[in-house]
Design a protein around this ligand. Structure first.
Ligand code: ATP
Length: 457
């Protein structure tokens, strides 16, 4: 039995009857109809693989023009439909013309059953491979975006980064679920990809899903897939991201943004290791390594009841906490120099380094946007710089963001710069209260105001 559904369209009842009697012995389903006007309804209600179409319908017509018209109509609904035309002996030339217009094959009437069977089983093979190609094309285009991404190697040799690298090496070959925590721009994606690269799944897919960008409606169809007809736009079956990542790693970014109902759905997939496509009851087994990440405080959220504790326990078998950039000491310069060389090449500039003052400023800046902010700052500086060195002015950093507690003042700074940083620190610490900042610094209010003016703070 061939796993294909055949639609036969002919205005002759005898032909329909004999086609049905013969074909139903060999094909999964055979639907017959007398008028091509029913094509739209039949195609929208049934999964049709092959259409066997007569070329003449009006009484006395024999020029086959109707057949060509309906062929074009069917292909305009979906160019991948497989249409086999039935034609009388004298019309072979017309059938050849129909093939040029996209018909798959034709068969002469009256047919021999063996010939009909051979033609339709070849058509069925074509249909199956068309379907396969279509499915693969869909998967391919979904993956293309992720595959084209360029991932950086992890740069930096500060103590926290070295420790994290050690943990990565230990955890990567296991299939343990890993949760990566860290502020925006600290490198969560970079670490997730490194984990994949060090794992036994490295030659399989690394599937990145930004949960923050999926609304309630899209979540299930995107992650778990859907069956044709599951909703209005579901024109075809589509595998979800979990299925597409089969054998590889799935990285669910921004997991802290999931609503409680979606958390429940995700939990059940992680627990059962199966997915149900929307509109389908069949359970599909999945084999993927799970990495999740967020900049949100999941433990606090559990206490507040906005994140499920059972889900947290499932995803955080191993937890990696990425430190803010300001706590990575001279890694800042390692990264800054790396970005400097990348952007100098990109913008065709021959900038060699940061001058000493610029380096001090980089080391003392608060970096609220972490590595991503550093990357942007260096890019802008490369664009703006005139000479072969980047100076403080090229960095264009906001003075408001200097002097966090986490960014120590460098002892090799100029006196004036140090004074400026201390003033800024005191103002920040006292949230702009000048009297208290002045008291902290051992200055009068007037003396502090003079310095604020002098340093343009
Ligand atoms: N240790 C690192 N070495 C090299 N590049 C890094 C490192 N950390 C981060 N980057 C770069 O900084 C940028 C931000 O990193 P990434 O996107 O991984 O951060 P994130 O924590 O996932 O951010 P978000 O929470 O905003 O999604 C990227 O361009 C990345 O390549």
């Amino acid at each position: 039995m061939i796993d294909s559904n055949v639609l036969v369209i002919d205005d002759d009842d005898d032909i329909l009857l004999s086609a049905r009697l013969f074909l139903k012995q060999h094909f999964k389903q055979v639907i017959t109809c007398k008028s091509p006007r029913e094509i739209n309804v039949l195609l929208s209600r049934n999964e049709i693989d092959i259409i066997l179409l007569d070329m003449n319908y009006q009484k006395g017509a024999s020029d086959g023009r109707e057949g060509i018209y309906w062929l074009e109509h069917i292909l305009s609904i979906d160019k991948d439909h497989v249409v086999v035309l039935m034609t009388a002996y004298g019309n072979v030339e017309l059938a050849v013309q129909a093939i040029k217009k996209g018909a798959t094959d034709f068969i002469l009437k009256p047919w021999e059953n063996e010939k009909l069977f051979a033609t339709l089983s070849a058509a069925s093979r074509l249909r199956q491979s068309n379907k396969k190609v279509k499915k693969l094309e869909k998967i391919h285009s979904s993956l293309q975006k992720d595959l084209n991404r360029q991932f950086e190697n992890i740069l930096g040799n500060s103590q926290p980064i070295m420790q994290l690298q050690n943990t990565l090496v230990k955890v990567a070959p296991t299939d343990a679920n890993v949760l990566i925590l860290g502020e925006n721009g600290t490198g969560k994606q970079v670490f997730a990809y490194e984990l994949h690269k060090l794992s036994n799944r490295k030659n399989q897919i690394f599937m990145h899903v930004d949960l923050g960008s999926l609304n309630e409606n899209l979540f299930e169809s995107e992650l778990f897939g859907y069956a044709k007809g599951a909703f209005t736009d579901a024109k075809d079956d589509k595998p979800g991201r979990f299925e597409m990542a089969e054998g590889g790693t799935i990285f669910l970014d921004e997991i802290g943004n999931l609503s409680l109902p979606l958390q429940a759905k995700l939990l059940s997939v992680i627990q059962n290791r199966t997915v149900n496509r929307l509109g389908e009851s069949k359970e599909r087994k999945i084999n993927v390594r799970l990495i999740t990440a967020t900049n949100m405080p999941l433990n606090e959220m559990v206490n507040k009841g906005t994140f499920r504790q059972d889900l947290l326990f499932r995803i955080n078998t191993v937890e990696l906490v990425l430190p803010p950039l300001a706590q990575r000491g001279t890694d800042i310069l390692v990264l800054a120099n790396h970005f400097l060389s990348t952007f100098s090449t990109r913008y065709h500039k021959s900038i060699l380094n940061f001058d000493e003052k610029a380096e001090n400023v980089l080391l003392n800046y608060y970096w609220p946007g972490n590595v991503r902010e550093l990357q942007h700052v260096v890019e802008r500086a490369v664009i703006m710089a005139d000479g072969i060195e980047i100076g403080v002015n090229d960095l264009q950093l906001s003075p408001q963001k200097f002097g966090s507690n986490s960014a120590p003042i460098q002892t090799d700074m100029g006196l004036e710069e140090m004074e400026k940083l201390m003033v800024q620190k005191a103002i920040d610490k006292n949230k702009g209260n000048i009297s208290r900042a002045a008291a902290d610094l051992g200055l009068t209010r007037a003396a502090l105001y003079r310095r604020i003016e002098k340093f343009n703070l």
